[in-house]
Write a protein that binds this ligand. Structure first.
Ligand code: NA7
Length: 536
């Protein structure tokens, strides 16, 4: 039987998370017909899937919301300084309902293939349910942290209890009361799970490979006065984040140079920032914390001292204190009772560097020392196939039938993380070599990336062009610039974090040259009429 003719639209957006929703809105607003495919049964992306106990945003209010509409700010009804998963998911649903976006979204559909047809200059997009859509433009808003990394523990499938990854938490929840629970992974996600379930489970075994410099979160309730202040500050904050290097506006003077303060002043300065209970300490400690090893060690030691104060048993405290990497050289998690959880009698820390996991069997976890940990539930908070996982899952064929997956098996390259040479009219919102996550949170990065993508698509249409793609030399120049500015940073010097690709020679995913610099580069392309891009 001949196949049905594919549906024809101007653009396909893959994913209805934070980026995908805004991308859909932005293209529809410019008058394009758009089809969005979303694998989940609802909108939200990570805020739809990551429903684990304690799932919460580490960006403080008001920095984790869309920037494109003052009306959204006027209606936002945040309850906590650091919104939880349910509130963010509800917010994203309200945004979709307000702008009537769900009618453009096909839920429960995983995009499996996308092929560029050079004759027509269009993408043919296919899903696992058999949808076929032909579109001039294809935008992948598939998320940089959406495909779970499951650790390869021998025998994991034999476990008879419940085991699940935090990013695929059962929608009906998991009753942890009275259960013996193991958590593998102690970064941003593991910390949230551990501090939340510790009081309710019978026994909690925490399997830690690398300790983290988690800093205190001050999660105050948000009241009508705070919301009023937030609304009044909208224009100023919007201008501020757009000009910022790191996507936050903290107010007050810029960070001082380490050498300009006495030791007592340095500590007092860090104490003031610490008391804010947000991520300011990450980039706002000392102006030279990234280049001056003495300054960096001072901040690291300050945070080590805070951990020591919270943990009663000094031997446990020492295991929880990072020593082999500097503060701010990987994602800084926020915590709210995490370290204190280890003061509880029902919580045990297993240091995997002393006693690694060797296998999992029907009843629990075996470590090298011969210990067996009897468990009812194993929670994998082990992170993601960062940066490329969700894009690689799709069989994408560009000009000449070239496979993006195969091309990326040799070397991952992008132009400003938004386009790839050889793949005309393909755009990406969370691909490698853009600032997302290390420099700015997703709503802030999205504000810039989605606008650039929409403007670029509008340019192609307005000029009556068929397609746009970066030239090879443009891509090479971006990659060289990315490496030059990103590698010498604190994050760049640490080879052990998800800011590096999980495979190959583990390039830095995150562009660390500054959000403002990044914005200027992208705007430069646009202002030059896309010099350095092949326009067909
Ligand atoms: P992360 O930050 O990638 O952390 C994963 C954690 O899992 C981390 O503690 C890892 O230890 C640990 N891990 C991974 N594989 C293993 C194995 N094989 N054995 C033991 N432990 C392991 O993921 P998150 O979900 O916490 O956070 C991701 C981002 O989401 C976060 O940064 C925010 O931006 C939102 P390691 O440190 O590698 O030794």
């Amino acid at each position: 039987q001949p196949k049905r003719e594919p549906e024809r639209v101007d653009a396909v957006v893959v994913g209805a998370g934070l980026n995908g929703i805004y991308q859909l809105y932005s293209l529809v607003e410019r008058g394009l017909s758009v089809r969005t495919f979303e694998a989940g049964e609802g909108v939200g992306g990570v805020w739809y899937w990551n429903r684990y106990p304690g799932a919460r945003c580490d960006s403080h209010f008001p920095f984790y919301q869309y920037w494109f509409s003052q009306a959204l700010w006027d209606e936002a009804d945040w309850k906590e300084r650091f919104p939880g998963q349910a509130d963010i998911e509800a917010y994203l649903n309200r945004v979709c309902d307000k702008f009537d976006l769900k009618r453009h979204i096909t839920f429960g559909a995983l995009v499996t293939e996308a092929r560029f047809d050079e004759e027509t200059g269009r993408w043919l997009v296919t899903t696992d349910r058999g949808d076929r859509v032909s579109a001039q433009f294809l935008v992948l808003s598939t998320g940089g942290l959406s495909v779970a990394a499951k650790p390869p523990f021998e025998g994991a499938e034999r476990f008879k209890g419940l085991s699940c990854h935090t990013s695929r938490w059962p929608r009906e929840g998991v009753d942890m009361k009275g259960k013996r629970v193991g958590v593998v992974g102690t970064a941003a996600t593991g910390i949230q799970v551990i501090q939340t379930i510790a009081p309710e489970v019978e026994r909690l075994v925490v399997f830690q490979r690398t300790p983290n410099y988690a800093i205190s979160m001050r999660n105050d309730r948000i009241g009508p006065d705070d919301l009023a202040q937030m609304r009044a500050a909208y224009p100023e904050l919007l201008a501020g984040v757009r000009q910022s290097e790191g996507g936050f506006v903290y107010g007050g003077p810029p960070p001082p140079n380490f050498a300009d303060l006495t030791p007592a002043e340095r500590t007092a300065h860090l104490e003031r920032i610490w008391a804010e209970g947000n991520l300011r300490l990450w980039g706002g400690s000392f102006a030279d914390a990234g280049d001056n090893p003495e300054a960096s060690e001072f901040v690291s030691d300050f945070v080590r001292g805070k951990i020591r104060e919270k943990v009663k048993d000094p031997a446990v405290a020492e295991k929880l204190i990072p020593r082999d990497h500097a503060f701010a050289s990987r994602r800084v998690p926020l915590e709210n009772g995490y370290f204190e959880a280890f003061n509880r009698d029902n919580v045990e820390l297993v240091d995997l560097r002393e006693d690694p996991i060797v296998s999992i069997d029907e009843t629990g976890v075996n470590t090298a020392s011969g210990r067996h940990h009897d468990l009812d539930v194993i929670v994998y908070a082990t992170g993601f196939e960062a940066g490329v996982g969700a894009i690689r899952r799709i069989d994408i064929r560009g000009r000449g039938g070239v496979s993006l997956r195969e091309q990326w098996d040799k070397a991952v390259t992008t132009t400003v993380g938004m386009q790839v040479h050889g793949f005309p009219n393909l755009f990406m919102t969370m691909a490698p070599f853009a600032p997302a996550s290390a420099l700015c949170n997703i709503p802030v990065c999205s504000d810039q990336q989605v606008q650039w993508i929409t403007d670029t698509i509008a340019f192609v249409r307005d000029q009556g062009l068929r397609s746009i793609e970066p030239k090879a030399e443009t891509e090479a120049a971006w990659m060289a610039h990315h490496q030059e500015v990103s590698e010498p940073t604190l994050i760049g010097r640490n080879r052990q974090s998800w800011y590096r690709l999980p495979t190959g020679n583990r390039e830095l995913i995150a562009y660390l040259g500054g959000l403002n610099q990044y914005r200027a580069t992208c705007e430069g392309y646009r202002a030059s009429g896309y010099a350095g891009f092949a326009l067909t």
